[in-house]
Design a protein. Sequence first.
Length: 274
Amino acid sequence: MSDTSKKALTLAMIADHYPEEAWIHAYTDGSATDAARDGGAGVLVRYPEGEAQTVSIPTGLHCTNYSAEVQALRTAATIVDGSDHECPQVVFLTDAMSALQALSANKETELNNALQQVAQNRRVVLQWVPAHCDIAGNEAADKLAKEGASKEQFTSQLQYKEKKTIIKNKRKTRAEKDDYHLLQREEQVVLLRLRTGHNRLNHHMATKLKLVPSPLYPCGKNQTAEHILQACPYHSALRDTTWPEETALQKKLYGPREDFERTARFALQSGLTI
């Protein structure tokens, strides 16, 4: 699915379920350099009357993306709780799936408490939105988060998760089991999405994220990484050019390097949004 289609579907969903004249919209995002340092949180709160409030704050010298995202949600909850606007319902819109999953598993006590405080006076909804598809509120929160990350940082006590992430990043190069890290950034992103299944192909978008109505591709089969790389008739010509000989899926995804380089190149040349 293209970014344009995702944007249209998401905006339609927001307008249908959370019309701006009846809901407070609180967009949040978190950012950290190399996923482990110089964190920042960004919040954009829009009220039905048209008023908007923005916040951009640093979240710590040693801070992960996840922690920054949680801090952004907590900050947004504090802002809404302290607001004297009478709108009885608020939707927190974020692309931080990991934070939402942790919250649903009761792993974020402080954030849960902040949201419960808001819920004493308003209806509260948490809504995931896709990142990087030009949704204005989400893009504004992302920019604010990056601004927060660039501000003077404070040194905070590290939580276990943050220590683990920092250590993992420091050992990343030595721990590589293949030459994935030698690819261009765009190729790395595409290959990682194909390997993990967390991508923008219809199967994942329909079955996991519920953002498209069907997991099928126009050929009538589930649009998975395996189908695109191994069988889809719509890409047979490019596939035959890329791999003149029959090649196993495992080899295409995990190498040797020349094989997964071909896979990344194939994905980019296919025109698909991975």
